[in-house]
Design a protein. Structure first.
Length: 170
């Protein structure tokens, strides 16, 4: 227990100097108070593990390291985070489309469906299976009884026709 009294005495005698030291590093007196408090807690934990030869020097080192870490963290945050981001949240795009966007998407889907209905049967099946169903070309080729190259050409031509269909006026 004598070590605990010594450490408490060192802390009590030098607290003001430690706060000034941390404030000089951080530029923020309130942060410096928190740093010195955290340093005191860490010093207490270290003293329970082993006897400390120079508790004051050790305390200053903890304060310095915490202050430098805090300063680095603030610089990083200033460089990478937007100040007042909470106020900007409403400006972020929503996953939900606007009414105009939803209408435009429905119109595009209608046009694509019209084009798909007008495609030759094998081409329509190949496009639907590949683009809408996510089926691999080799599996479509087996289903249709053609080569993978033919399926690739069918899908490419079908997608091309769908794109052309989207460009035409309604």
């Amino acid at each position: 227990m004598p070590q605990a009294r010594t450490i408490l005495s060192v802390y009590a005698d030098h607290r003001g100097d430690l706060v000034n030291y941390a404030a000089n590093i951080t530029g923020d007196r309130v942060a410096a108070e928190d740093i010195v408090q955290e340093a005191w807690v860490r010093l207490g934990a270290a003293s329970r593990l082993r006897p400390l030869e120079e508790p004051l020097g050790y305390l200053y080192r903890i304060v310095r390291n915490l202050a430098l870490d805090g300063r680095r963290r603030r610089r990083f945050e200033q460089a990478h985070f937007i100040e007042g981001v909470e106020d900007q949240v409403e400006l972020i795009a929503s996953d939900t489309p606007s009414p105009e966007g939803a209408t435009a998407s429905r119109d595009e889907l209608r046009l694509v469906m019209e084009v798909l209905e007008g495609l030759p049967e094998r081409m329509r099946i190949a496009v639907e299976m590949h683009r809408l169903g996510g089926v691999k070309l080799k599996d479509i080729a087996a289903r249709l009884g053609v080569s993978v190259t033919v399926v690739h050409e069918l899908v490419a031509e079908g997608v091309y026709r769908c794109r052309i269909g989207l460009r035409r006026p309604s």
